[in-house]
Design a protein around this ligand. Structure first.
Ligand code: KG4
Ligand code: ZN
Length: 340
């Protein structure tokens, strides 16, 4: 059976996965760079690129070892070629091209967002189009109508910060650490959102875009006003109120998107899909309106190479293998043709 190696280095995870042609994951290694970036409260692009360079070979070798194969058994290589941090993408692309050239196998350039959408195939029950997808991560917040695998329509996206970024920036303001999403999620469990209310950011349903930068400013003012008035507050309440505002708008707009295009299946992915309140709210709302909600296992929601390999398998079948001449692209809309 054909086996494909997936490589992902677009941001702060160095990842490699070995996947069979029937989309079975045989090995899946993720080396997170959280230790490098946490003290800066966000990803430092220069440091990300350097760390990928140090770890990519170890990560790929470990994936091959766990899959119990050698590089000579690979039938193809799929590598994230954008969008992302250019210095980080360059490492994975150069490595993937070199390996494919050395083994004489095709290499395919995968759009990172197409990878996130392909995580639908890694759900407990694999989901095929048509569906509406929300990708909510540290770098993206976008809604797509996936009509067929090669036919996606962008329905809305953030006009400024991504949802994950809103969590991360709030955590930084609250002195909690990085990444902020899991920390706020944990704190919110013991908080009362009614005691620290934040306005739903950009709630209009006239369009399906998002905006989170105003919410961040609202938190800044809230903290400043509390301090000025000498009032004490429970940080858990603030976490709960802030999280509630983000979750509500993500759920409202995604369900509005599903209604607009008549979708019965909704896929929620990206790191923010790990949020416990978001998962619960989506499941409730889906049940209310008869929509099936699919959330991939957490490992395949956050950045990983399994989703890149699965997307690569499909692209190879449709003959979208790139020549070795392609270059990574920091900006690459899903609708645009890829490099090569
Ligand atoms: O998909 P991902 O690993 O990387 C990007 O492509 O950005 O997403 C990381 C983002 C971070 O902003 C992190 O704070 C957020 O996902 N995140 C969460 C949770 N776990 C991770 N946000 C809210 N609640 C969580 N439990
Ligand atoms: Zn991502």
């Amino acid at each position: 059976m054909a086996v494909i190696l997936g490589i992902e280095t677009s941001c702060d995870e160095t990842a490699a996965a070995v996947v069979s042609s029937d989309a079975t994951i045989r090995a899946d290694v993720i080396w997170s760079q959280q230790d490098v970036h946490s003290r800066f409260g966000g990803v430092v692009p220069e440091l990300a690129g350097r760390r990928h360079l140090e770890t990519i070979d170890v990560v790929v070798r470990e994936a091959l070892r766990r899959a119990e194969i050698g590089a000579q058994n690979l039938s193809a290589v799929a590598v994230t070629s954008g969008p992302g941090l250019i210095g980080a993408l360059l490492v994975g692309v150069a490595y993937g091209k070199a390996l494919a050239f050395a083994r004489g196998v095709p290499v395919v350039a995968v759009n990172h967002l197409e990878g996130h959408l392909s995580a639908a195939l890694l759900c407990e029950k694999p989901v095929d189009p048509p569906f509406v997808a929300l990708i909510a991560s540290g770098g993206h917040t976008s809604l797509y109508h996936v009509k067929a695998w090669d036919q996606t329509e962008l329905l809305g996206q953030t006009l400024d910060d991504a949802a994950g970024e809103a969590f991360d920036k709030a955590a930084k303001m609250l002195g909690l650490g990085y990444p902020g999403g899991p920390l706020i999620d944990a704190l919110a469990k013991n908080g009362n959102p009614a005691r620290a209310r934040f306005p739903k950011p950009y709630p209009t349903l006239e369009n399906l875009n998002f905006s989170f930068s105003g919410l961040k400013t609202a938190l800044l003012y809230y903290l400043r006003d509390q301090e000025k008035a000498g009032k004490s507050f429970a940080i858990a309440d603030v976490a709960a109120g802030y999280q509630r505002a983000i979750v509500e708008v993500l759920v409202d707009k995604t369900m509005a998107a599903a209604e607009r295009v008549g979708a019965r299946d909704v896929v929620v992915t990206g790191g923010v899909a790990a949020n416990s309140e978001l998962r619960a709210r989506f499941t409730d709302r889906g049940g209310d309106v008869g929509c099936r909600i699919h959330i991939p296992p957490f490992r395949y929601c956050t950045d990983n190479a399994g989703m890149i390999a699965v997307a690569g398998l499909r692209l190879l079948r449709t003959a979208r293998a790139a020549s070795l001449a392609f270059e990574p692209q920091a900006h690459w809309n899903l609708q645009d043709p890829g490099p090569g």
